[in-house]
Design a protein around this ligand. Structure first.
Ligand code: PLP
Length: 455
């Protein structure tokens, strides 16, 4: 008979939510496999921690979203939001599914080009687009959404230098009932600035205004905000067409749909309570279809959905490195992935699954990362069975904004792998090393490298 591991006794305060005074039957789910591939095999090959992406889930998510919108509105285009996750393999899947690229810097623009996206299928957003990048984007025929008056003047000057008309869209900010209202990007609708910018473009006589864009915020749990946004953008498009004669070909509603993550302040789990993408498709499509466009001049609906398409496709597998008791008696577990790797821990209560089934006592636990920093908290509180050094934990969903916002801070960024449709497992980003990081640095000749030896 296999010898059972000794579990240290602990006194736990009785509280609501415990199934019984032993707190045993909490049904913590384990996750030994992802897409039928054993997680411990992946860790053996690629190390710990390791990000794991599922091709199957990525394709399922984008096809589901395209179906939700395509069934309700005849002209729909998805543009993959690069900043949400710009690993080439991930972008490659979205482009393979027909997505354009949405970029917010010249670097992301370069990445899109190197992923084979032609410039005329790139949407170029953001408050800072260096002059040379505007020149390139205009030459390529990219969809530039103008953020402010200075950028408009730059674009007009480039167009004049080129001796011909240019096309561009306007980024709009508006009150969709989401507060605080994001008003730092683009031109405000309610105070008339947006319409004035369109008039200004008309009088400039060199830029053809062809699209409207707005991104009302992130993780918007109320679909009706998008109804307000779509109605307001549609009314503005109709007003611009009527007064100025510009043909608004695209209405771009940005991103912001929630994934199935759970915000720290949410009561119930996101996977149970966050509205499905259908709810957003319904209100946006109906707002555009009833806005008053003539059927032959219906604008293309552009979506820059990020997190809702990739979050659930990403997992982080990390190892337990230690158990501790805090001074107040709380159980603490230290794992080998910190907030530098899992940035979204600041926003979300990630689900945590032991890779092996655990039947030990479930107890309120805090999960810390390995950084020597007080802020390195992965889960401030969750109910977890006993785990031991070397045990593996899977954190999910983590596919959005981590592998772009992660940083080398105390520890290097780990490997990323993808599980293909046929169960192939491939590394898509190597783990970083000190040599890789130090390649960028040099020490001036006047600084002696004597390693602290006395003079
Ligand atoms: C302009 C723009 N488009 C798209 C997105 C993607 O948003 P999300 O990942 O919330 O869907 C963002 C994110 O901030 C954005 O700023």
């Amino acid at each position: 008979m296999e010898k059972k591991r000794y579990e240290r006794p602990a006194i736990i305060k009785h509280m609501g939510g415990l199934a019984n005074k032993f707190g045993k039957s909490q049904g913590i789910r384990s996750k030994p496999e992802i897409d039928n591939i054993r997680v411990d095999d992946i860790v053996r090959e690629f190390g710990s921690p390791v990000f794991i992406f599922s091709e199957r889930t990525i394709r399922k998510n984008i096809r589901g979203a395209a179906m939700s919108f395509g069934a309700r509105y005849p002209k729909v285009r998805f543009a993959w939001s690069y900043k949400t996750n710009y690993l080439d393999a991930v972008c490659g899947l979205f482009h393979d599914e027909g997505c354009w690229a949405e970029v917010v810097s010249e670097h992301e623009y370069d990445m899109a080009l190197s992923n084979g996206v032609p410039g005329n299928r790139i949407i170029f957003n953001g408050p800072y687009k260096p002059e040379w990048s505007l020149v390139r984007a205009m030459k390529d025929g990219a969809q530039i959404n103008i953020d402010h008056h200075d950028e408009l003047m730059q674009i007009e000057a480039i167009a004049r230098r080129n001796g011909g008309p240019a096309k561009a869209g306007l980024r709009i900010n508006l009150d969709a009932g989401i507060h605080p209202c994001w008003d730092r990007f683009g031109f405000n609708l309610e105070n008339g600035e947006a319409m004035d910018a369109a008039r200004r473009i008309k009088t400039g006589g060199i830029v053809n205004l062809n699209g409207l864009h707005a991104h009302i915020g992130t993780f918007i749990l109320d679909p009706s905000a998008y109804r307000a946004q779509a109605m307001k953008l549609a009314s503005l498009a109709i007003a611009i067409e009527k007064e100025l004669g510009f043909r608004i070909e695209t209405i771009d509603i940005g991103g912001g749909f929630p994934s199935n993550s759970t915000l720290h302040e949410q009561y119930s789990p996101g996977e149970d309570s966050n509205p499905p993408i259908d709810a957003y498709a319904e209100v946006i499509s109906s707002a555009l279809l009833t806005a008053g466009f003539s059927p032959e001049r219906l604008p293309t609906l552009v979506l820059e959905t990020g997190r809702a398409l990739i979050d659930s496709a990403g997992y982080l597998c990390a190892s337990v490195v230690a158990n501790k008791r805090l001074a107040n008696g709380t159980r603490a577990v230290i794992i080998d992935a910190g907030v530098n790797t899992l940035f979204t821990s600041f926003w979300y209560r990630h689900n945590v699954y032991p890779v092996e089934e655990k039947n030990g006592m479930v107890e309120e636990t805090v999960i810390y990362g390995p950084l020597c920093m007080n802020i390195d908290v992965i889960r401030p509180s969750l109910r977890l069975p006993s785990v031991y050094p070397g045990d593996l934990l899977v954190l999910h969903p983590v596919g959005a904004y981590n592998v772009t916002q992660w940083l080398q801070f105390i520890r290097m960024r780990p490997a990323v792998v993808m599980i293909g449709l046929d169960g192939q497992v491939a590394g898509i980003r190597e783990p970083e090393s000190v040599e890789y990081m130090k390649k960028m640095e040099s020490v001036p000749s006047w600084i002696k490298r004597n390693g602290g030896a006395a003079k």
